[in-house]
Design a protein around this ligand. Structure first.
Ligand code: UGA
Length: 437
């Protein structure tokens, strides 16, 4: 099939490459020429494991091209909208400018029978609004809302073999003409047994925001338990292991620590609350305000524990922060808890050096006042305390004896509860976890 993918960021670049991998002819379209040039040269503009190799592999087949000219969408029968919906500056709601601009720019290139497929995370009601814009311009084109559930760091595998497909179509019926078209797009994963659910537009939009809100709630729940563990001397990791064995609860997303960040969960729960307010249903989501508050408290908690570790004063203390990305296997620093903590420590008088395998260039753009060093052992030189804030394997595998030789005082705060406390203590370190004795 001929497919256009509009927006080539974290979502669209991966989607375009994966659709070509599934055998389709794909054109990726983005207004950012630098991004397009990089992708055309099989260089992903961001770090995503396996993406560069996939770009190279599918570009060699001639099935994938990139352009900044929307006119190249003409001729495709399926158009994926993959642009971002960031938080509006100074407000909780989502900034819809990019979705609106992309859809409207596409309108003049639509032909009868074309399918526009929204993948971006949007406030409920967006699809109905865009569907009527599309209908006015091209009455024989259709809009499907087909939310994306990929995780950064696993984006290629999540796109090629997702755990479910949701197609939101006008009326929510299996007989809608767009259903068969999308089935053809996804025929490979569907034939491997991936479940697919047909819903109306609003339900499909809500599936995505509900899923992210549930994940955020799960993380904040365990972080609230971490607060109680801290107050009572209990161990939140063992607590999570024990409650997680109940398969109604499950162990995944019960890792307590410095909380969630990134370009999705924080802004999605806020946009969801804002939209509920517009719909007169704000009470339904007031609990998300608490989810957000618990999450943000983790960052202040780390600053306090670090001060405590450093003999009650951060002034002039040399702190090494292991991790800048919001999670491992990513160079994304959007709302990264690790960087936000590093910046707060620096504001309170500490001399902070940050290290990360992939995210240092992005981190330096966002917080130029921090020090950066790519080599973790060098970054730890003369440190008064080490903070592990993003659980990259290279940090989890650090040798406590080797690291101890570089620091001034062997003190470590394990912000992700991933280190073997006994091993670090045996090597002479003062070890502090979060929600662990
Ligand atoms: C999230 C969702 O997991 C995806 O399903 C969704 O498609 C995506 O948002 C999106 O909306 O596009 P992502 O932002 O890539 O994916 O990252 P997650 O793996 O969900 O992690 C989010 C944050 O939660 C990270 O900062 C991570 O460190 C933190 N986290 C995760 C915890 O603190 N504890 C956990 O147990 C799990």
């Amino acid at each position: 099939m001929r497919i256009s993918v509009i927006g080539c960021g974290y979502l669209g670049a991966v989607h375009a490459a994966c659709m070509a991998k599934l055998g389709h002819d794909v054109v990726g379209i983005d207004v950012d020429s630098e991004k397009i040039d990089a992708l055309a040269a099989s260089k992903s503009p961001f770090y995503e494991p396996g993406l560069d190799q996939l770009l190279e592999e599918v570009q060699a087949t001639g099935r994938l091209s990139f352009t900044n000219d929307m006119a190249h969408a003409a001729g495709s029968s399926v158009h994926f909208i993959c642009v971002g919906t960031p938080q509006k500056s100074g407000e909780n709601g989502a900034d819809m400018r990019f979705v609106d601009a992309a859809t409207h720019a596409l309108l003049e290139h639509l032909a009868p029978g074309d399918i526009v497929v929204g993948k971006s995370t949007v406030p409920v009601g967006t699809a109905a609004r865009l569907a009527s814009d599309i209908h006015r311009r091209q009455p024989e084109a259709h809009l499907v809302w087909n939310p994306e559930f990929l995780r950064e760091g696993h984006a290629v595998a999540d796109t090629l073999s997702p755990d479910r497909f949701v197609y939101g179509v006008d009326g929510g019926s299996e007989d809608h003409p767009a259903v068969a078209v999308l089935d053809e797009v996804y025929s490979v994963p569907l034939s491997a047994g991936t479940p697919r659910l047909i819903t109306d537009h609003a339900t499909a939009e809500l599936v995505k925001t509900a899923a992210n809100s549930f994940l955020a709630t799960k993380i904040s729940f365990i972080n609230a338990m971490a607060e109680l563990c801290e107050a009572s001397g209990a161990d939140v990791s063992r607590l999570a292991d024990a409650i997680g064995l109940d398969d109604r609860i499950g162990r995944k997303f019960l890792n307590a620590g410095i909380g969630f960040g990134g370009g999705c969960l924080p802004k999605d729960i806020r946009a969801f609350m804002a939209r509920a307010g517009e719909l007169g249903a704000d009470q339904a989501l007031t609990f998300l305000r608490e989810v957000d508050a618990i999450n943000m408290r983790r960052r202040s908690r780390v600053v306090e524990v670090t001060r405590d570790l450093c003999d009650d004063s951060l002034l002039g203390k040399r702190i090494t922060v292991l991790g800048a990305a919001f999670k491992p296997e990513s160079d994304d620093v959007r709302d990264s808890p690790a960087l936000s903590i590093a910046a707060q420590l620096q504001l309170q008088g500490a001399v902070v050096t940050v290290t990360d395998p992939k995210a240092l260039p992005n981190a330096a753009k966002r917080f130029p006042e921090l020090h950066y060093e790519a080599d973790p052992l060098k970054a730890a030189t003369k440190a008064d305390a080490i903070l592990l804030l993003t659980e990259w394997p290279v940090f989890r595998d650090l040798d406590p004896y080797e690291l101890a030789a570089n620091v001034t005082v062997p003190r470590i705060l394990d912000g992700r509860n991933v280190l073997d406390a006994a091993k670090w203590r045996a090597a002479g370190w003062t070890y502090r976890g979060l929600g662990r004795p």
